[in-house]
Design a protein around this ligand. Structure first.
Ligand code: 3SL
Length: 231
């Protein structure tokens, strides 16, 4: 049976073999939720880059440039990292270059994989249906926060594992633990999430509405994937 595994932070990724695997990168708050929202709302292309400098270079080439560090928009860029910005009229049909503290870095750390998919609660069903029909083993990579574990990405990993139970074998205890957390949290995700460190960080920045948006399940049926350098 094919296997699904969960890497709880990018700092543990050296323990995983990515070759021939599908990696689902997740950064619920908020990078991958933004990417899914943007692509579902008419953004033409998204180029995830690891550094502010690379993002600036693409801005100079005419891309809209989205840059976040520590939760806030970085100076000199066109956008920050709110899913609502990715739904504005000014991004429709546009190419967007994006760098974020953890999410875009996690994508770059996954480049050895056979396929890189962008996962979020917003496209949970689409991702799980897609994976059911694939033959490859899957790793869910939680972007975490600066190398540390976080709650929201693990909850998504657990939700995906739960949807794929019976179709994939759980490769170790991380999928089991993530699934157990999701089953505890799923009936009141907001209540469960509000004690998490990043939810508190975002609440201080007055973006609670972003959290409420990002925990909605399966409102979009698209799956952004990396092709060359862009989604
Ligand atoms: O770390 C990241 O990649 C961001 O998604 C963090 S934030 O939600 O924009 O603060």
């Amino acid at each position: 049976m094919k296997q699904i595994d969960v890497c709880l932070t990018p700092d543990l990724l050296h323990q995983y073999e990515l070759k021939n695997k599908i990696v689902v990168v997740v950064d619920i708050l908020r990078a991958t939720s933004c990417m899914v929202s943007g692509m579902a709302n008419g953004v033409k292309e998204i180029v995830p880059v690891a550094t502010l400098e690379e993002c600036k270079d693409l801005q100079d080439l005419g891309y809209l440039a989205a840059a976040e560090r520590n939760g806030s928009k970085a100076d000199g860029f066109d956008m920050g990292n709110s899913p609502f910005e990715y739904m504005e009229e000014k991004v429709k049909g546009k190419k967007v270059a994006v760098t974020t503290t953890n999410g875009t870095l996690a994508i770059h750390k996954s480049l050895a994989a056979k396929e890189i998919l962008i996962g979020a609660f917003l496209n949970l069903k689409a991702v799980s249906e897609y994976l059911k029909n694939k033959e490859e083993d899957v790793i869910v990579l939680c972007a975490g926060w600066k190398g540390k574990f976080n709650l929201e990405d693990t909850l998504f990993a657990g939700a995906l594992c739960h949807h794929l139970r019976g179709v994939f074998e759980f490769a170790c205890d991380a999928p089991l633990a993530a699934e157990a957390m999701y089953l505890i949290a799923k009936n009141d995700m907001m209540k469960y999430m509000q004690d998490s460190s990043h939810a508190k960080r975002l609440a201080k920045l007055n973006v609670v509405k972003d959290i409420e948006f990002c925990i909605q399940e399966s409102i979009y049926d698209i799956i952004p994937y990396l092709s060359g350098k862009s989604l």
